[in-house]
Design a protein around this ligand. Structure first.
Ligand SMILES: *[C@@H]1O[C@H](CO)[C@@H](O)[C@H](O)[C@H]1NC(C)=O
Length: 222
């Protein structure tokens, strides 16, 4: 049995096929993820481990470690899960360094899984290759050394309360923009965020206050 179409029907079919084709092309060449700044999140392991419900690796690192470098938006959610997905082989040569400055803290997680999650959820939405993404984050951490900034103002990790304002000021003194301090239960310092614009020079910009629940009180445990 042969199917014959009227001319009008053929035209409709043709138009529909063209629309489908254009739609497919628009997905294949999707715009890169939209975001208006980067957030370098460095975690304070002692604070993370004191305030979280999960068990931490032992020993707990005694300096700030990288959580991630996140393409971010001031007013809308971060882009997530772009492409390509994580390929472990691409960061083999960086691993010895990553294990020191970007360790997973959760006992039940692994470094590889932590790096995979950071790449899949954040890095894959950046304009960088996977290798460059991990290199950029590590380089930004070296150039935004929180330990050095705090030490320069006499702030050391005593495990006791410090004035939040003094911590903020010590960082501002060096980067000239507002960092965002993340606390758990308003007093345990768990992370410090420093933000950058999306130009290739990654200039410092003020961090927005992303989540009111994470804001620190006037004193933070560090
Ligand atoms: C930050 O500076 C401290 C000393 O001030 C140093 O021990 C540490 O290795 C530095 N961290 C990074 C990531 O460069």
């Amino acid at each position: 049995m042969s199917l014959s179409l009227s001319p009008a029907c053929s035209i409709m079919l043709f138009i529909n096929l063209m629309i489908l084709l254009m739609y497919t092309i628009s997905i294949a060449f999707a715009q890169p993820a939209a975001f208006d700044h980067y957030t370098l999140a460095q975690q304070w392991p002692a604070g993370v481990c004191k305030s979280s419900t999960f068990k931490c690796i032992n020993p707990i690192p005694s300096s700030f470690t990288i959580h991630g470098l996140w393409p971010s938006n001031k007013l809308s959610p971060h882009p997530r899960k772009c492409s390509p997905s994580f390929d472990h082989t691409k960061i083999k040569s960086l691993e010895p360094q990553l294990r020191i400055v970007w360790p997973n803290l959760k006992l039940t997680n692994t470094n590889i899984k932590f790096w995979k999650d950071q790449w899949d959820n954040h890095g894959s939405c950046s304009p960088w290759t996977q290798n460059d993404y991990f290199m950029k984050a590590m380089s930004l951490q070296v150039h935004n050394n929180l330990t050095t900034m705090l030490q320069a103002k006499g702030i050391t990790p005593t495990g006791g309360p410090h004035q939040k304002q003094l911590i903020t000021d010590a960082i501002k003194h060096k980067v000239h923009v507002d960092p965002f301090l993340v606390c758990a239960a308003r007093r345990y310092l768990v992370e410090i965020h420093i933000c950058f614009d999306v130009t290739t020079s990654l200039k410092h910009v003020n961090c927005p206050t992303p989540n009111p629940a994470q804001i620190c009180g006037t004193h933070v445990i560090y």
